[in-house]
Design a protein around this ligand. Structure first.
Ligand code: SF4
Length: 140
């Protein structure tokens, strides 16, 4: 999830999305251990649960690293998201400030630590202070 140019653990913007259908769980994900509590069903399809404007599995360490709590089992949609792609740059441009604000809160010690084992639902209340992203189209 990183390249010599882009460090995903210092970003996390692509895990932010403006709606509950931001990350679809696809048939290709059937063999992955994505916890049930990490997903929700909307009109017969499964999506990664969102919390406070970002995927609920996005965690921020006390040192400010943005990590996926289910990285090894993350869905296909996340795997297809290429670092440095047009979509990556778009996410960084539109959602980078939100990710940065969340990281700053974590480093200030106002965010909960990532879950032990990396599979518990994560709610990062710091994002609640961020305004809704009205008018920003979601990254794929
Ligand atoms: S599953 Fe992981 S990589 Fe995919 S959006 Fe959620 S936190 Fe990001």
């Amino acid at each position: 999830m990183s390249s010599p140019t882009f460090d995903c653990t210092a970003c996390g913007a692509c895990c932010f999305g403006g709606h509950d259908r931001y990350v679809a769980v696809l048939p290709q994900d059937a063999g992955r251990s994505i916890p049930d509590h990490a997903t929700s069903e909307i009109e017969g399809r499964r999506y990664m649960k969102m919390a406070c404007g970002h995927c609920a599995q996005l965690t921020v360490t006390a040192a400010g690293a943005t990590l996926c709590a289910i990285y090894e089992d993350r869905p296909e949609a996340c795997r297809a998201f290429r670092t440095g792609s047009f979509e990556c740059l778009k996410a960084r441009r539109h959602r980078g400030p939100q990710a940065e604000a969340l990281r700053a809160l974590a480093m200030a010690g106002t965010e909960p630590a990532p879950p032990a084992g990396g599979t518990a639902p994560v709610d990062l209340p710091g994002a609640a202070i961020l305004p809704p992203e009205a008018g920003i189209s979601p990254s794929p």
